[in-house]
Design a protein around this ligand. Structure first.
Ligand code: 2BA
Length: 109
């Protein structure tokens, strides 16, 4: 068994979960926050057999859109004695960031 963790945009979450459930995948949704944008995103965790990983990743790839988001440059990167005028920077977020982890043991009791 493997554990797939997928960090996705909040707006894609319920749509993807519907598709995953329809294909028989169990999924848990966690509210998470990106370290760079400091904005909410969604982390889905899904325990799945190794053979089904390509199918799971395909659903996530197909349903997750990439989006442009505007952020201002982090003031923490500037020395305290320098003047600082924040300016907007455009970043492309997603579609999805996917990790596949080995699972030592899986039990339902
Ligand atoms: P955030 O950390 O809020 O990052 C949002 C987007 O900002 C990233 O999109 C990337 O385009 C940009 N970005 C992130 N760090 C940057 C940096 N140091 N300099 C310049 N631009 C930067 P994605 O790469 O699609 O990532 C979306 C979200 O997925 C991230 O939100 C974070 O929550 C998660 N993530 C991405 N890579 C990760 C990793 N290696 N480990 C853990 N979480 C990760």
């Amino acid at each position: 068994m493997k554990l797939v963790m997928a960090i996705i945009h909040d707006e894609d979450a319920f749509h993807i979960m519907d598709h995953l459930n329809a294909k028989g995948f169990s999924v848990t949704k966690l509210a998470s926050t990106g370290g760079f944008l400091r904005a909410g995103n969604t982390t889905l965790i899904c325990g799945v057999s190794e053979e089904r990983i390509p199918e799971l990743v395909e659903v996530i790839e197909k349903k997750c859109k990439s989006r442009k988001q505007i952020t201002s440059v982090n003031a923490m990167n500037v020395n305290a004695n320098e003047s600082f005028a924040p300016y907007p920077v455009e970043v492309t977020v997603g579609g999805a960031t996917i990790f596949v982890l080995g699972v030592e043991e899986f039990r339902k009791v």
